[in-house]
Design a protein around this ligand. Structure first.
Ligand code: PLP
Length: 449
């Protein structure tokens, strides 16, 4: 709840409580308490509230403001495009320069032969599109029965019905009972099982076992985040993604890499999958493509899929009003230009070391901190009971309390479930700024204990 407030903020809080249904929030608390912060400005890793108080955005908001806040060049790019023509359709023979140039730019950046893109407005739409295009592809190949999609437990792919059905987080399924059929969830990271080890006690939970049970001729695609984000910042063990790729080849199943969080520098490579020797058939992108300055997503397609689809002579009845939105694409082009010009992927790789150092310090100092992991600027730690070696009791709400303590100290982080704290600052962050974040987390853990 906001306590120190000027009269304008107070008025906005009341209007918010009355009229604004917030996404992924507790409706009762939102309606009764109102927002905990109303953002008004941003600059680099910092954001201000309405009273001009400055916070560190330790999560790049929703893991998306990769180039940091307040980058005027993006505003100028949007202004320039909006002044010329803000929006034009991309349906049936219509096109526009920023979308064409962005498609070409993405093709030049994406790994391997992902050389074509279908534009959307965000991550969920990108994943729904990847599912539909994978089914379409198989239909064109004369295998219309290949329709099922396999996702991972703890995988997060969005909230539209198909993306939500692919998501392996039970709370999203319970909401409004809205999962659709044809989606399955395997336990992630069972490398041995995916390589075929049937003696592994977890075998039946593997992708391989699911494919065998359902029949490879009914499975269209597997969808995987290179690093699971919203499900806990879970790093794949060595060899895992390669094993899944091999498995997909063995059974003629498409590999969809969900790069919505990992893409555009977050992991210290332009795309997360480039940390491994794996070539996806589809790659879903969003978030960091514009650093949140405009709403844009897309699915990238391999040459084989693209060539198969463009041989189809009918109408592909799938497209969003905002597919190829000129202003969003102009913003994305400028955003990517800044990522490259300012060496933000390289900075992320550099800062990875500082983040690792900082988390190692916290683990050394606080006996409740364990299981720290960092790839680029995608990091997390967990809270344990040092006596039992188990996670701290959920009733202690340790992760949420530490995040609240950080917020009181003007650092925005996010807890995932009862015992994980995620950290994903903008890629422009400096060594000193990481040290400042670690210092605040340090004090916040002490306050919790
Ligand atoms: N995929 C991943 C990996 C995500 O993290 C998200 C959002 O957090 C999505 C998809 C959904 O994206 P959007 O919220 O833009 O629909």
């Amino acid at each position: 709840e906001i306590n120190v407030i000027n009269s304008k903020t107070k008025e906005l809080v009341e209007l918010d409580k009355r009229h604004f249904i917030h996404p992924t929030s507790a409706p009762k608390a939102a309606a009764e308490d109102g927002p905990s912060i109303i953002f008004s400005e941003g600059n680099g890793i910092y954001v201000n509230n309405m009273d001009g108080e400055s916070y560190i955005d330790g999560m790049s908001m929703l893991w998306n403001v990769n180039i940091g806040h307040g980058q005027k060049e993006l505003a100028e790019a949007a202004n320039e495009q909006m002044t010329k023509i803000a929006y034009s359709s991309a349906f049936k023979g219509f096109s526009n320069e920023p979308a064409i140039k962005l498609a070409e730019k993405l093709a030049s950046l994406a790994p391997g032969d992902l050389n074509a893109v279908f534009f959307t407005s965000g991550g969920s739409e990108s994943n729904d599109t990847a599912f539909k295009l994978s089914r379409f592809y198989w239909k064109l190949k004369g295998k219309a029965e290949k329709k099922k999609i396999i996702g991972m437990q703890s995988g997060y792919h969005g909230v539209t019905q198909a993306a939500q059905s692919a998501t392996g987080i039970p709370a999203t399924h319970e909401f409004a009972g809205s999962s659709v059929e044809g989606f399955y969830h395997a336990t992630p990271h069972l490398t041995n099982c995916e390589l075929g080890d049937k003696n592994d006690p977890n075998y039946e939970n593997s992708i391989r076992a699911l494919i065998e049970k359902e029949g490879a001729d009914t499975v269209a695609a597997v969808i995987i985040e290179p690093v699971q984000g919203a499900g806990g910042v879970n790093m794949p063990p060595e060899g895992y993604l390669e094993a899944v790729r091999k498995l997909c080849d063995e059974f003629n199943i498409l590999f969809i890499a969900d790069e919505v969080i990992c893409g555009f520098g977050r992991t210290g490579k332009m795309f997360g999958i480039e940390n491994w020797n794996v070539q996806p058939d589809f790659m879903s992108i969003a978030k960091g493509i514009t650093s949140g300055y405009s709403q844009l997503g897309g699915v990238m397609l391999s040459d084989e899929i693209r060539d198969t689809i463009v041989n189809y002579d009918g109408v592909m009845a799938h497209g969003f009003t905002y597919s190829g939105h000129p202003t969003a694409c102009a913003v994305a082009l400028k955003n990517i230009e800044i990522i490259e010009r300012d060496g933000l992927v390289e900075n992320t790789k550099e800062m990875e070391k500082e983040m690792q150092k900082g988390l190692a310090y916290l683990e050394e100092k606080h006996d409740i901190v364990r299981n720290c992991r960092t790839l680029g600027l995608l990091a997390a730690f967990e809270v344990y009971n040092p006596e039992t070696g188990e996670h701290l009791d959920p009733s202690l709400q340790a992760a949420a309390t530490i995040v609240d303590e950080c917020f009181d100290r003007k650092l925005i982080l996010r807890h995932i479930g009862d015992f994980r704290v995620a950290i994903a600052p903008p890629l422009v962050i400096s060594k000193q700024e990481i040290e400042k974040m670690i210092q605040i987390i340090d004090e916040s853990i002490t306050a919790f204990k």
